[in-house]
Design a protein around this ligand. Structure first.
Ligand code: F6R
Length: 593
């Protein structure tokens, strides 16, 4: 993970780097640091904490031609000041920031130690700084040294590098971890994503793997590693604007993003249905129809959305399997002769999925990527891409992206079936979501109770089981309350032993088929003293149910139900004083395995 920034020639360098790092904190926020080019040695500021604390250390009057910055999600070494980036090579010739993980760092560390290089940190990044310095001392040229170092490095990296004494050029290299160039008339920029650069430039170039080079005030030079040839680059623009990252009066991005769900559904309808027909690529639909196995791969919340997608596509008679990407990456199972892989990823940069793609490419099977991030690695690697059009999601806990994933999978299944009823049904869901938004005071009241607990259980059957898993993940990641999502019928096979006086058990009731057995499960936990909170659909509601949401077709019931669960997690975290948008130990874009 980690976020990196760099710039040459920017008049507001200090504020570009600091404000830019703040927009990248979703990538990690254990520690942060900056370096500015300076005569004798770069000026370096590092802190084991968030960027707003770093900001206080940097003089307002600071001026420099070149600067780099980093916000860290620790992989090698604790989040201390020593381990915070930027890191400096042994003789101080190179100062750099790194996003990624170097797999062969132990071997390189040994090799460089044997050559007399000293290390001051526990990071794999310091190895890179010393390796570049070592190669530079042999070759006398930064680009040659970079190229040689890339040949020796195994793993993922986005690097931004100051070469001491070169006041004009800022060097970079990329493999697997994302890195973009922002090109302006009299300044050039580097960053892990668009957000830091939006205020400064309109033209962007997304570096591809094995590219390296430099930016200066008025030049961008990109080289491809194989062949060392100068790459032809063409700039593109982004639909994102700096307004997209405004809170618009909301106290937290998570709340704003929960309440954007209705718009997300509307955008998807507009993009995939023209009022008469579905707008999916016919080749994609043919590929799905012709395949004898659909294999979903995803992580976390996106994995939970795939569980719903499985139900949609199985209802069409397809053979569908869903795997957690980090498992499938090492234990791949393919039983069909003609499978289609479907990767679902909000960020499009998740390392576990990128690992899976390597396996898929090896077998030469087709890949559909469903992502919110156009131009991301997983978009570029795919044969087909379906965009989620959810707008940028900033809170670390995913909310509207899940809504978008489920909706898009419903649209895809409906297109395959030729079912036009889905569109009015989705408008019905939009109305239901608005009613859920009006119930906020109820959620706050329940959160008062939940906030005092250390364990909670979510139960459901069918679609309600899938939503229980997502509801439970949301609660644990932002409130730090331990929780589990379980199929209602499974409780008595073990977990019921954990039910005690006042244990919160949240039960979803959306399906008439299983309304009776799930209510029996309710009685079972009630008899053991649990504090039961029922979230039911109107036509299945009973007098004591805590929250009753408007009826929608069962296969879409996860949309209003998940919104309730997201609100409950949000308000519970608020009452516990947790850092809602940036929960501990997490990062939004998980670019390490
Ligand atoms: C939870 C959450 C994560 C992500 C997971 C996959 O709120 O956001 O579980 O869903 O890290 O990320 P993507 O979808 O970007 O591949």
């Amino acid at each position: 993970m980690c976020g990196i920034v760099g710039a040459v020639g920017c008049r507001q360098l200090r504020s570009y780097l600091i404000d830019g790092l703040k927009t990248l904190e979703y990538r990690g926020y254990d520690s942060s640091g900056l370096a500015f080019s300076h005569e004798e040695a770069p000026l370096i500021y590092r802190i084991p904490g968030r960027v707003h604390l770093l900001e206080e250390m940097v003089p307002l009057s600071l001026e420099a031609g070149i600067g780099i910055g980093h916000t860290r999600w620790a992989t090698h070494g604790a989040p201390t000041e020593t381990n915070a980036h930027p890191h400096i090579s042994h003789s101080g010739l190179f100062t750099l920031v790194h996003n990624g993980v170097i797999d062969n760092y132990r071997a390189l560390h040994q090799m460089l130690s044997d050559l007399g290089y000293q290390f001051n940190t526990e990071t794999d990044t310091e190895v890179i700084a010393n390796l570049i310095e070592h190669n530079y001392k042999q070759m006398g040229d930064v680009l040659k040294a970079l190229r040689q170092s890339m040949k020796m490095l195994e793993g993922s990296y986005a690097l931004v590098i100051i070469h001491q004494g070169d006041d004009e050029r800022l060097f970079f290299a990329k493999n697997h971890s994302p890195l973009l160039i922002g090109h302006g008339p009299d300044a050039n920029f580097l960053a892990s994503d668009y957000l830091p650069m939006l205020k400064h430039v309109k033209d962007f170039y997304a570096l591809t793997d094995h590219q390296f080079g430099y930016i200066s005030k008025d030049e961008v030079a990109v080289f491809d590693l194989p062949g060392n040839s100068k790459a032809k680059i063409s700039y593109h623009q982004t639909d994102l604007t700096s307004e997209d990252i405004n809170l618009e009066g909301y106290p937290h991005y998570m709340l704003k993003e929960i309440e954007e769900a209705d718009n997300v559904i509307r955008h998807l309808i507009d993009n995939y249905h023209d009022g008469r027909n579905y707008l999916f690529n016919p080749k994609l639909l043919d590929t799905i129809t012709a395949s004898d196995q659909l294999i979903f791969l995803a992580c976390g919340t996106s994995y939970h959305a795939c569980l719903i997608g499985k139900r949609y596509l199985e209802a069409l008679g397809k053979r569908v399997d869903v795997y957690i990407a980090s498992e499938w990456a090492y234990y791949p199972v393919i039983t069909g002769k003609n499978p289609l892989f479907i990767i679902v990823s909000q960020s499009g940069e998740t390392a576990d999925l990128i690992h899976c793609v390597k396996n898929i490419k090896q077998y030469k099977f087709p890949l559909l990527t469903i992502t919110n991030t156009k131009g991301s690695t997983l978009d570029r690697e795919a044969n087909f891409t379906l965009l989620l059009f959810a707008g940028i999601e900033i809170a670390v806990a995913s909310t509207k992206a899940y809504v978008a994933q489920v909706t898009l999978l419903a649209l895809l299944a409906a297109a395959l079936k030729g079912d036009s009823q889905l569109i009015p049904d989705l408008y019905h869901v939009i109305e239901a979501l608005k009613k859920v938004i009006d119930m906020k005071s109820k959620f706050e009241k329940i959160a008062d109770f939940l906030a005092t607990k250390e364990n909670a259980f979510y139960l459901g059957r069918g679609f309600d089981y899938d939503v229980s898993l997502e509801a439970s993940l949301k609660l644990k990641e932002i409130t730090y309350i331990h929780s589990e999502g379980l199929p209602g019928g499974e409780l008595k096979h073990g977990p019921i032993a954990l039910i005690d006086k006042d244990t919160p058990v949240i039960i979803f009731v959306s399906d008439s088929l299983t309304a009776l057995p799930i209510r029996s499960n309710l009685q079972e936990v009630l008899a053991r003293g649990a504090h039961v909170i029922v979230i039911s659909s109107q036509s299945l509601a009973k007098g004591k149910d805590a929250i009753v949401v408007p009826d929608v077709p069962v296969h879409l019931s996860v949309l209003p139900k998940v919104m309730v669960a997201q609100y409950l997690a949000y308000y519970t975290a608020l009452k516990r004083g947790a850092n809602i948008d940036k929960p501990r130990n997490l990062a939004k874009s998980v670019t390490v395995e």
